[in-house]
Design a protein around this ligand. Structure first.
Ligand code: NAG
Ligand code: NAG
Ligand code: NAG
Ligand code: NAG
Ligand code: NAG
Ligand code: NAG
Length: 453
């Protein structure tokens, strides 16, 4: 009998664990039914930015807007993160006709690596529609670009027989091993210094490169990439400042950010972490930083004051931002930054569910206390338990509040510009920003329990 009841108890535990794992929280029903349509619209809008008429093969416009602002350039970063969305689509079998676009991206990448650039380096930030490099004054180099491109192309290499890939990937990663600790411009192109975001995507690029080189039997490459990772990790650890990850250290020039708070830290976790717990979306320092960033914006923008309960906090790049989309006056919330919160929360839920539990620490307690008032340091939530289920349901609903904010402020046709006005909520800045579309698709894939690689 004891062994019989034990078996029943064990099976019940298994069943409830299975249920916990199987039922990824669905969040807000209205947002859940909006999501598949919006994902299609955002993908479709992304395609209009690729290979517009009379441009070099693989040119991906950051936006089709050619004046006020002119974003009709292919930024290495925007392209890598946008094409990565397409690689994920290809990998998940959602759209098998994408391969041609990715072949074009390979050709564009190869060209970008060989044309003359002002910095005479692979960190040149943007390229003209004809594939030549932009040669006006700009914040250069931006050394995150080659690392992001390498990660995207390595992911693509898993589904492609394109023989140019290897040379391009190694060229980018060899560059990263040389420049990884140099001061350079941040992803917002405004600050020269050392950046959490840039180190995170470099670390991912190199670790992706270790796997890729090992698979290809290129052991010299694998060990050269691996050797730099430990140094990058120790740099990354140094960004922690008692209750948040700061955005930049060793700043040489550029805008002043006394708060140190910047949504790029969360974007870094979404696009630059690997499934190893190192500054992943579900890890304590990242979650603590999310709490501080949200609080900073909650009091800053008029649209966040007296907003409806179902809306989440509108999130901008950083509180001190003054870029209004065409010039400088006052900064606004951005779609990619608001989407980043939803994506972070859903990735965190997936991470804890896969791990089977999550433990609250002194550092993450302020985050968990928002969703369970009884959360204290040391509390463990076990996947499948009612406490875990209730916690992740609350977090999923909060994630969908951020998506409700995006839904509310986007154009009626589903288009996403760069920003939305801090007072009126109307779209502002470059229209149909390709990266806004990409961030929408990745947030919605995370919501569906299938975060992009
Ligand atoms: C989204 O696009 C896919 C692929 O074309 C299609 O199967 C699906 O029905 C679309 N969903 C919606 C809600 O439009
Ligand atoms: C599938 O990819 C093609 C480009 O190859 C694109 O034109 C089409 O809109 C995509 N379909 C969906 C549903 O995303
Ligand atoms: C943005 O700033 C520029 C330069 O100060 C100004 O001319 C423009 O009116 C501002 N745009 C908006 C929408 O506030
Ligand atoms: C769910 O989201 C919709 C759309 O944003 C909103 O109208 C509704 O109030 C939300 N429901 C809840 C329970 O928050
Ligand atoms: C998809 O969204 C567009 C734009 O909001 C809307 O016009 C269309 O009716 C929606 N389609 C579905 C199937 O919900
Ligand atoms: C969506 O609507 C906005 C505002 O009317 C318009 O400017 C934009 O061109 C439209 N986008 C698409 C892809 O139709």
């Amino acid at each position: 009998m004891p062994s019989f009841s034990l078996t029943i108890a064990a099976s019940l535990a298994l069943v409830s664990l299975f249920n916990g794992v199987a039922s990824f929280p669905s969040g807000n029903a209205t947002i859940s039914s909006w999501a598949p349509n919006q994902s299609n619209i955002s993908l479709k809008n992304m395609f209009t930015s690729i290979n517009p008429p009379n441009t070099a093969r693989g040119f991906l416009a950051a936006s089709l807007s050619t004046s006020s602002p002119n974003y009709y350039y292919s930024w290495t970063r925007d392209s890598a993160l946008s094409y990565r969305v397409l690689v994920n689509q290809l990998r998940s079998g959602a759209n098998s006709t994408i391969d041609g676009y990715l072949q074009d991206y390979v050709a564009f990448s190869q060209n970008s690596q060989s044309v003359n650039t002002v910095c005479n380096c692979l960190g040149e930030p943007k390229f003209n529609p004809d594939g030549s490099s932009f040669s006006g004054p700009w914040g250069r180099p931006q050394n995150d670009g080659p690392a992001e491109r390498a990660s995207t192309l390595i992911l693509y290499a898993g589904s492609s027989s394109n023989t140019d890939l290897k040379t391009i990937i190694y060229k980018d990663l060899d560059y990263v091993t040389t420049v990884w600790d140099n001061q350079n411009f941040d992803l917002w192109e405004e600050v020269n210094g050392r950046h959490f975001f840039t180190y995170m995507v470099m670390r991912r690029g190199l670790l992706d490169g270790v796997d890729y080189a090992t698979k290809n039997g290129d052991t010299d490459k694998a060990s050269s990439y691996k050797a730099v990772v430990a140094n990058i990790e120790s740099r990354i650890n140094s960004f922690w400042q008692s209750d948040h990850i700061t955005v930049t250290i060793d700043q040489a020039s550029g805008v002043s950010k006394p708060s140190g708070l910047d949504a790029s830290v969360l974007i870094a976790s979404n696009v630059g972490s690997r499934a190893d717990g190192f500054f992943t979306p579900g890890s304590d320092k990242v979650l603590a930083t999310a709490v501080k960033i949200e609080a900073a914006f909650a009091n800053l923008y008029n649209i966040n004051k007296n907003k409806a309960d179902y809306l989440g906090t509108a999130i901008g790049r950083y509180p001190e931002d003054v870029y209004n989309g065409t010039g400088t006056s006052t900064g606004n919330p951005w779609f990619i930054c608001t989407n980043a919160f939803a994506e972070l929360y859903y990735r965190a839920i997936k991470e804890w569910t896969d791990a089977g539990s999550v433990k609250v620490t002194d550092i993450s307690q302020p985050f968990f206390a928002k969703f369970d008032s009884s959360a204290t340091s040391g509390t463990t939530y076990t996947a499948g338990s009612s406490e875990f289920t209730s916690l992740v349901n609350n977090i999923a609903n909060a994630a969908d509040q951020f998506l409700s904010t995006v839904h509310y402020h986007q154009h009626a046709n589903g288009s996403l510009s760069e920003q939305y006005n801090r007072d009126t909520g109307y779209s502002q800045g470059a229209y149909d920003l390709t990266w806004s579309g990409a961030s929408m698709v990745t947030a919605l894939n995370a919501k569906a329990g299938n975060p992009d690689l």
